[in-house]
Design a protein around this ligand. Structure first.
Ligand SMILES: Cc1ncc(COP(=O)(O)O)c(C=O)c1O
Length: 394
């Protein structure tokens, strides 16, 4: 009855089941997996979304890749980050996930392949599967900082590879794609007719000063077809508003052809609401308030965890250049899954195991840097104490 695009088994994983049980039993825990900014104690002014009530939105005049005013607002947002991107090269989407789906439809046929970084965002597997393409991993290596294993990218390429996906900064490793890495990848992709999709949703959140400016600039490339992704979800802390975008880079003719075809794809869905398009410029301006709060919070929590780790000699916090997460490396005394279940049920702190993000080996724990500072410090303290106690007992 049902397609293979959706999983046969929809059963929750053991960690999700344990969370549900604890919640049912009314037990409280510190949630260090919270990445929803609207639940992390930030100050959202009550009238923040007032621009959505603009009466101009009472008229429906659909424009498949977005109203000119909204696309100009996105171009202005690139200018804020020092990037010169023309509004002609902007396509609006309802979210980054929506952008991925539009791009897979544009670039790949059923059975084609998309190269995805490992470790990275766990949604790539379901997103590709839902569009009948398959995700093939290439590796990020850790030695001090994270770098792209270019040889693994080359090994993963086959005649069916249509897209190389990069995430900058990556979730959860926090590594920006460096300019020299992108040069190398661009050369490989241009020679094979592969497009680059660069997910830059966390690009506003630097943990290492200057990291974003030193990073690659996908949208302004002229040598290879590129699609840079962004959205209000992270850049303005407004995931509920549903506005994302694609900035198309590459040789002029190819970029133009891509945009014409994206227009065809988007026209079939018209997914971006009129009120959000009319409000785009105002929401971006207002979103700076949230962006500043979030940026200060993640930087402060990252500094806190780096300090706290001094008291836990068995735990290492991996260096991060940006984003909303920190990665802890801990001794492999028990499997990661057991460790996160113990942390939840015994110490009442919820963290994600590295294997959720496809880390190639154990043991890594991923913590969100969004929670309020006191909760964050208390949660990290529980994790560190648990690990140090286990080490001393072993
Ligand atoms: C790398 C990455 N891309 C995209 C998203 C989701 O963005 P959106 O809410 O715009 O779909 C996330 C959310 O965590 C993410 O980690």
């Amino acid at each position: 009855m049902f397609s293979d695009r959706v999983p046969r088994e929809l059963a929750a994983n053991p960690l999700t089941q344990a969370v549900a049980e604890l919640t049912r039993a009314g037990r409280r825990f510190v949630d260090l997996t919270e990445t929803n900014p609207t639940r992390a104690g930030f100050d959202y002014p009550g009238d923040l979304l007032a621009p959505l009530a603009d009466p101009r939105a009472l008229a429906y005049a659909p424009s498949p890749i977005g109203l000119a005013s909204a696309r100009a607002a996105v171009a202005a947002d690139y200018a804020r980050r020092g990037l010169d991107v023309s509004s002609d090269r902007i396509v609006l989407t309802a979210s980054t996930s929506d952008a991925y789906s539009m791009l897979f439809k544009l670039l790949a046929d059923a059975g084609d392949e998309v190269l995805v970084p490992r470790p990275s965002y766990p949604l790539f597997e379901p997103l590709t599967r839902l569009d009948l393409v398959s995700a093939r991993p290439y590796d990020l290596d850790i030695h001090g900082g994270w770098t792209i294993d270019i040889a693994s990218v080359e090994r993963a390429m086959t005649p069916r590879t249509r897209v190389l996906l990069v995430v900058s900064p990556n979730n959860p490793t926090g590594s920006f794609v460096r300019a020299d890495e992108l040069d190398h990848l661009a050369e490989l992709c241009a020679a094979r007719g592969i497009a680059i999709v660069a997910d830059e949703v966390f690009a506003d959140y630097e943990l290492e000063a200057g990291a974003a400016r030193r990073a690659m600039r996908a949208a302004t490339r002229s040598d290879v077809l590129t699609f840079a992704l962004g959205g209000l979800s992270k850049s303005a802390g407004l995931p509920q508003v549903k506005l994302g975008w694609i900035a198309v880079g590459g040789p002029d003719r190819l970029a133009r052809e891509a945009i014409e075809r994206l227009e065809h794809v988007c026209d079939a869905y018209l997914a971006v609401s009129t009120p959000v398009q009319i409000a785009a410029a105002a929401l971006m301006a207002r979103g700076a308030l949230l962006r500043d709060q979030i940026a200060r919070r993640v930087a402060a929590n990252y500094a806190t965890i780096k300090t706290m780790i001094d008291a836990a000699p068995s735990v290492r916090v991996l260096h991060s250049d940006g984003g909303w997460s920190a990665v802890l490396q801990v001794p492999s005394l028990v499997p990661e899954e057991q460790l996160v279940l113990d942390l939840l049920t015994i110490d009442e702190v919820l963290v994600h195991p590295g294997y959720f993000f496809d880390f190639p080996r154990e043991s890594f724990l991923i913590v969100s840097l969004l929670p309020p500072p006191a909760a964050f410090a208390s949660g990290v303290d529980r994790v560190l104490r648990h690990v140090e106690c286990s080490v001393s007992r072993s």
